[in-house]
Design a protein around this ligand. Structure first.
Ligand SMILES: Nc1ncnc2c1ncn2[C@@H]1O[C@H](COP(=O)(O)OP(=O)(O)O)[C@@H](O)[C@H]1O
Ligand SMILES: [Mg+2]
Length: 320
């Protein structure tokens, strides 16, 4: 981990391609996807459901299941290639340096174990912390995720807590190892909007306090704008636009990004002056992508003969 200078990226994904293999066909879920996350930075990954966001996250975790496979490209964590890493080294890194909060966060809590024990296990196993030190860390982290009466919470079983409290415990658990990279895959979709906003605020503050870099995945562009430093917009397995939140917000270049912005309410915007416009048509399944530009059939700028003939490079609008 010391084989590179402090300013090197935490995560560097380069031309990553991931496919799922079914009996009928290869499903190219992610194609030529690149992204960089620097220390302390939060990168938002946004795009419609099915565009490949979770697949990117699971690729980073090297956890693509029986039928998923990385078919090209590279994923480096602090300069080390994850794609060719030994299973032991991977297990070690996943337990201590990379943490992920999954789409169904509550499912990662053990219903038969008190919260304290679940939290304490993480640093006791991975860092060899004593029980006393692990308890102190658990108390600190539960306080940090702003749960009332942390000592009582630690003594509880998951079912004795509300959904919102359980959600915070899952975040606390991910922070127990003080990971360098935290991946959040639509962690708030199961929550109501007020709890959601609170969780987002919390994650933002914690990222600052712990210096954790974050990959924040959401189909909700508004949430990404609120929480992240940089954003990467994905469409049908590809990155179509990336840049700082300000740059992308001020001069979004890809027609898909523009359409995505038109389809969400923006903070402070007048609803009448800026009516919301849904993106027309359907999102293509990976094996049913159109000829030419993947976004062509839904695009305001579509021109027959220009957009549906040659392969269109989707990332021409990307900035560093
Ligand atoms: N285990 C799998 N087997 C086959 N296809 C899959 C599997 N997981 C995901 N896919 C397909 O890969 C594409 C991307 O899925 P996913 O990464 O889950 O999208 P998102 O997280 O953006 O909603 C989708 O078309 C999905 O159906
Ligand atoms: Mg997903």
């Amino acid at each position: 981990m010391d084989n590179q200078d402090d300013d090197g990226p935490i995560l560097e994904i380069d031309k990553l391609s991931i496919s799922f293999f079914t009996r009928l066909r290869e499903i190219p879920a992610v194609m030529d996807f690149s992204a960089v996350i620097r220390p302390g930075e939060a990168l938002g990954l946004v795009g419609e459901s099915g565009c490949g966001k979770s697949t990117v996250a699971l690729g980073v975790m090297q956890d693509l299941g029986v039928n998923g496979r990385i078919v090209g490209g590279s994923i480096k964590f602090k300069g080390e290639e994850l794609n060719t890493m030994s299973p032991e080294r991977l297990r070690d890194i996943r337990g201590s340096q990379i943490a992920m909060i999954y789409q169904e966060p509550m499912a990662s809590l053990n219903p038969a174990m008190k919260i304290a024990k679940q939290l304490m296990e993480v640093p006791m196993i991975h860092e060899g912390l004593s029980e006393k030190d692990a308890y102190a860390r658990a108390l600190e982290v539960v306080t940090d995720v702003k749960l009332p009466d942390p000592e009582r919470i630690l003594k509880s079983y998951p079912h004795q807590l509300s959904g919102g409290q359980q959600q915070r415990i899952v975040i606390a658990m991910a922070l127990m190892s003080k990971p360098a990279l935290l991946i959040l895959d639509e962690p708030t979709t199961a929550l109501d909007v007020t709890v959601e906003a609170a969780v987002v605020e919390l994650v933002k503050d914690l990222g600052k306090k712990y210096g954790t870099s974050m990959l924040f995945i959401s189909h909700n562009l508004g949430l990404i704008l609120d929480t992240c430093d940089r954003v990467c917009v994905m469409y049908s397995g590809e990155a179509v636009e990336r840049g700082s939140i300000e740059d992308v917000f001020d001069e979004m270049q890809h027609p898909y990004t523009q359409a995505l912005f038109r389809s969400i309410p923006l903070p402070g915007a007048d609803k009448n002056a800026r009516p919301l416009v849904a993106i027309p048509g359907n999102f293509p399944l990976p094996h049913e992508r159109p000829d030419g530009c993947n976004f062509g059939p839904r695009c305001n700028y579509f021109e027959a003969g220009r957009c549906d003939r040659q392969v269109i490079d989707m990332t021409t609008s990307s900035r560093r």
